[in-house]
Design a protein around this ligand. Structure first.
Ligand code: E4P
Length: 218
């Protein structure tokens, strides 16, 4: 399973890249706003900076919600860097935009997926990725992981090439469950990924090794 970092924070992207643990980055307008990135030029520059740090796909989301607007924005975003994947919301104009952008060789990530039907339509339109949001389903008392299981089964059964990015990941347990379910990618906050390193026996073992070394070496 690939890991994407779900952030627009350059420092975190750099940290994860240096550790060699990420295969790409996803952003959204909320994540860009969190970093204080405003204005078309600054947003474009920021996407380029992300692409220069990370090896792999970088999802950049459109703001428009109408077909023409999404196409115009999507084409501009895709022209910024070859690693850019245009992120499009799963609405009717969005599905049409995915079809159009795909026919022009522009890769897309269909976002805000909350049920299998939405993912199926995005895949049929040619989306490179679909992004089901696990955490937000859990937040409203539904089972986000069940959606991942359904999508793995459906996309595999019908032979779609669309990859599943498990999104809205809240913790390391979500990541482990996504691996078991067969998601292609998990896009996560950095602390959820590095949380995979944590184990009390690792901490205790390391402490003991160092203490034994100090006993003889001062
Ligand atoms: C995915 O592409 C989204 O940016 C993200 O995973 C949403 O996560 P959230 O529900 O924590 O905002």
């Amino acid at each position: 399973m690939k890991f994407f970092l779900d952030t627009a924070n350059l420092e975190q992207i750099q940290t994860a890249q240096l550790m060699g643990i990420i295969d790409g980055v996803t952003t959204n307008p909320s994540l860009m706003a969190k970093e204080g990135i405003t204005g078309e030029d600054n947003i474009k520059t920021h996407y380029k900076k992300i692409c220069e740090i990370v090896d792999g796909d970088v999802s950049a989301e459109v703001i428009s919600t109408d077909f023409k607007g999404m196409i115009a924005e999507g084409e501009k975003l895709a022209a910024l860097h070859k690693q850019i994947v245009v992120k499009i919301p799963v609405i009717a104009d969005g599905i049409r935009a995915i079809k159009d952008l795909t026919s022009k060789g522009i890769r897309t990530n269909c976002t805000l997926i909350f049920n299998p039907g939405q993912a199926l339509l995005a895949a049929k339109a040619g989306a490179s990725y679909v992004s089901p949001f696990i955490g937000r389903l859990d937040d409203i008392g539904q089972d986000g992981m069940e959606l991942i299981h359904q999508l793995v089964h459906i996309l595999d059964t019908y032979g779609f090439e669309t990859e599943i990015i498990a999104a809205s990941i809240r913790n390391t347990n979500h990541i482990l469950q996504c691996m078991e379910a067969g998601a292609d990618v998990a896009t996560c906050p950095l602390d959820a990924i590095t949380g995979l390193l944590n184990h009390p026996l690792t901490d205790a073992g390391l402490e003991k090794f160092l203490a034994d070394h100090r006993k003889l070496n001062g």
